[in-house]
Design a protein around this ligand. Structure first.
Ligand SMILES: [Zn+2]
Ligand SMILES: [Zn+2]
Length: 176
């Protein structure tokens, strides 16, 4: 699940984003709009369209992505893009980063095509079996009592991602 890293005072907070909601970014605390609220009445909104997150800036409002103005009022966002929304005066209303990073957590394996195969034990992963999708490389591993393949080693079998289930986000804006 994508999320926003929000600057809140001296710290950064995480706000999860749901692909079927529209978010208002015209204030220090972005929020999901209620279904009854008109999205086109909001100065700056963030929403998902197909496979992309979009930033929409109504005329006479100011926002930048990675320091560049959103000239046409719409901008397709990429992972780790920095969004700044400005208020009436020179003040910053909202400062955040978009991040698509996922956390490693066991979930029922969503077997779309019957091709799931665990890279650790080389056995198939059954539909609904508990498994972890590596946040680094995206490859699924078993993770249940019988086959704890994800946590079997310190790192993913295909990349450098640590496998401890309490591993937090590896990327934060503080690294900038
Ligand atoms: Zn396995
Ligand atoms: Zn991996």
């Amino acid at each position: 699940m994508a999320h926003l890293w929000l600057e809140t005072g001296a710290a950064w907070g995480v706000m999860p984003l749901s692909v079927d909601r529209i978010y208002c970014l015209s204030g220090p605390e972005p929020r999901a709009l209620a279904n009854s609220e008109r999205a086109d009445a909001q100065p700056v909104t963030l929403c998902r369209s197909a496979a992309e997150w979009l930033l929409l800036v109504r005329p006479d409002n100011r926002a930048t992505v990675n320091g560049s103005p959103v000239d046409l009022g719409i901008r397709v966002l990429a992972d780790r893009d920095e969004i700044v929304v400005y208020g009436d005066r020179s003040g910053t209303l909202c400062h955040c980063f978009l991040s698509g990073e996922r956390l490693a957590s066991p979930q029922p394996f969503p077997d779309a095509d019957g091709l799931g195969r665990c890279p650790r034990c080389k056995q198939p992963i059954e539909n609904g079996q508990a498994a972890v999708q590596c946040p680094g490389c995206g490859v699924w591993h078993h993770q249940d009592e019988r086959l704890p393949c994800w946590t079997y080693h310190d790192t993913c079998s295909l990349c450098e991602q640590p496998t401890a289930l309490d591993t937090g986000y590896r990327w934060t804006p503080e690294e900038l």
